[in-house]
Write a protein of this length. Structure first.
Length: 238
């Protein structure tokens, strides 16, 4: 659910650009969920620029924040992979997921903005990247032997296990995409209803506080599942 008034949509309307979605290429690119997805990407780039523009031996300001984020996340991934080389392979994608989804989630808490992750197009796009990444890692580490991951522990069970594993991996797509989308859109709907029925001030505050936690937790879950799937693909099949 979108807020009644979206700042970027009003701005594009004033510039005479299609800002409400449609069937043409430009209308799709400038649809509301894409507007705020681009904004989340720009914020990620601005934060990265602020953190690296004046590097110091003793970090301060944004450099300190980003070093804590990068260092903490790298250590966390290493605890899952138990291999620094594997950590460095998946770290760029996982860190990008964490920062982008966190910012995208929190945008919806600002009046006049929306969470792009409250649209299934965005969550499916992130999910597609995650799924392609871990299958690519599986083939990179194991070659065609990666297929053994889908055949079960006993060769005789392969005809039964293969379709089960295929459905399991399809379920991962639905789990990653719909969980994030469902939680974000439910937060948007609930906040919209409270703003409409109870006013814009004190009544929505408890839900906004809950929304802060939901945004953080959902970003962590998406990141964590991407790590788990990648580690599983890189490990030896049993």
């Amino acid at each position: 659910m979108e807020h009644p008034l979206l700042f970027l949509t009003l701005l594009l309307d004033a510039l005479g650009l299609p800002a409400h979605g449609g069937t043409s290429f430009l209308e799709r690119i400038l649809a509301p969920y894409m507007q705020y997805s681009f904004l989340a990407m720009i914020i990620c780039l601005v934060l990265a620029k602020m953190a690296t523009s004046r590097l110091e031996m003793v970090p301060r300001g944004m450099q300190n924040v980003m070093e804590a984020f990068v260092g903490g996340l790298e250590d966390f991934i290493t605890e899952q992979t138990h291999d620094r080389r594997k950590t460095l392979i998946i770290f760029p994608v996982v860190a990008t997921f964490a920062l982008y989804i966190l910012i995208a989630n929190y945008l919806g808490l600002i009046p006049g903005f929306m969470s792009p992750t409250a649209d299934l197009h965005i969550t499916l796009g992130c999910t597609a990247i995650s799924i392609v990444m871990y299958h690519a890692l599986g083939f990179r580490f194991h070659g065609l032997k990666y297929i053994k991951h889908f055949l079960g522990p006993v060769p005789a069970m392969a005809p039964v296990m293969f379709p089960i594993e295929i459905f399991s991996h399809i379920g991962r797509i639905l789990s990653l995409a719909i969980r994030l989308f469902g939680n974000m859109v439910s937060k948007e709907i609930l906040l919209g209803l409270l703003f409409m029925l109870a006013g814009p001030y004190l009544a929505p505050l408890p839900i906004m506080f809950l929304g802060v936690l939901v945004c953080l937790i959902q970003a962590f879950i998406f990141m964590m599942l991407s790590i788990v799937y990648s580690v599983e693909a890189m490990s030896e099949g049993h």
